[in-house]
Design a protein. Structure first.
Length: 319
């Protein structure tokens, strides 16, 4: 459920009912150049060490790559958020803490909806936080990071890429394509969990098709068996950019899936934990990704598509 404005009655959330893994990820304020705090955290997780057959990071942009089993599927997320780290913490190579906030006495309409805030310590008692100031939560894309980690924990085969610098124009993914394209020579599909909302499967990024209609429809059908009737996934949706857009010339099917966050990049950002746990995550863990069709030819040049309202204009004019 999306809210247009940040509620005025937010209080520090009781996080006992939230997966501690997700709380830890969201609690780390990691704008670009601070992603190593997430990488270090990921590399210490026991299931990452146990289930991965290959772990590496590139020297150029420090994207983290984890390979589980044998698969032709790449799963994508990014570790950077839109935000900032206070100079005092940055100078000490530490980061700010983000606290989860929820509405005071939540009801059925807003239960499980969480926002972000930074805490400031009391001048009277420096061990207590007495003021919270709203900030970007970083669910974009810490929710995606969380989903990929849960898939690794479930030992689902795939090449998992935790990107850096996505919010700065896809710096990490572009660098991988430029410097390490051979890593993806056998990859047939790249799936990101980095789209706002509940029900989008992105078929177009940067005004061009990034995955085939057949692939998008098959992925939607696979997801919808786990979704509530009024929140079904739909394909042929037009997005702007996430890291999978960088791979469209070397990987046939590249897409982005809604991850249940809203109003990203500001203090109104929030996400739906109940939808994530009850619907999206079970679907992500159950799909047989290797059976999805591969129809798009990444070597075939396609005319850019421009969208105005509900009309689609191809850049090639018809006679």
């Amino acid at each position: 459920m999306s809210f247009l404005q940040r509620p005025s009655n937010l209080v520090k959330a009781d996080v006992k009912s939230i997966d501690p893994l997700l709380v830890s990820l969201l609690g780390k304020c990691t704008p670009h150049k601070h992603e190593h705090h997430i990488t270090n955290f990921i590399m210490q997780l026991p299931f990452v060490k146990e289930n991965s057959k290959y772990r590496a990071h590139d020297k150029e942009m420090h994207n983290q790559i984890i390979v589980v089993g044998d698969s032709n599927t790449l799963f994508s997320c990014h570790m950077d958020i839109v935000g900032s780290v206070t100079k005092g913490n940055s100078d000490k190579n530490t980061i700010d803490t983000i606290f989860l906030m929820e509405q005071d006495k939540p009801d059925i309409t807003n239960s499980g909806i969480y926002y972000g805030a930074k805490g400031f310590y009391s001048t009277v008692n420096p061990t207590l936080i007495d003021t919270f100031t709203g900030c970007s939560l970083g669910a974009d894309d810490k929710v995606g990071v969380y989903i990929l980690l849960k898939m690794i924990e479930a030992n689902i085969p795939g090449t998992y890429v935790f990107h850096t610098g996505e919010e700065c124009g896809g710096l990490g993914s572009k660098s991988l394509v430029e410097n390490h394209a051979k890593l993806f020579k056998n990859i047939e599909r790249a799936i990101a969990f980095d789209r706002a909302g509940y029900g989008d499967i992105i078929n177009f990024q940067r005004n061009s098709r990034c995955c085939s209609k057949e692939f998008g429809e098959a992925l939607a059908e696979s997801l919808n068996g786990y979704m509530p009737p009024k929140q079904q996934f739909k394909s042929e949706v037009h997005g702007s950019f996430t890291d999978t857009a960088s791979y469209t010339k070397i990987i046939p099917e590249c897409t982005n899936i809604s991850a249940g966050y809203f109003n990203q990049h500001g203090s109104e950002e929030h996400f739906d934990y109940i939808w994530l746990q009850d619907y999206l995550l079970p679907a992500a863990l159950a799909i047989d990704y290797e059976r999805l069709p591969t129809n798009r030819d990444p070597n075939k040049a396609e005319s850019p598509q421009y969208f105005y309202g509900n009309k689609n204009f191809n850049s090639t004019k018809k006679a």
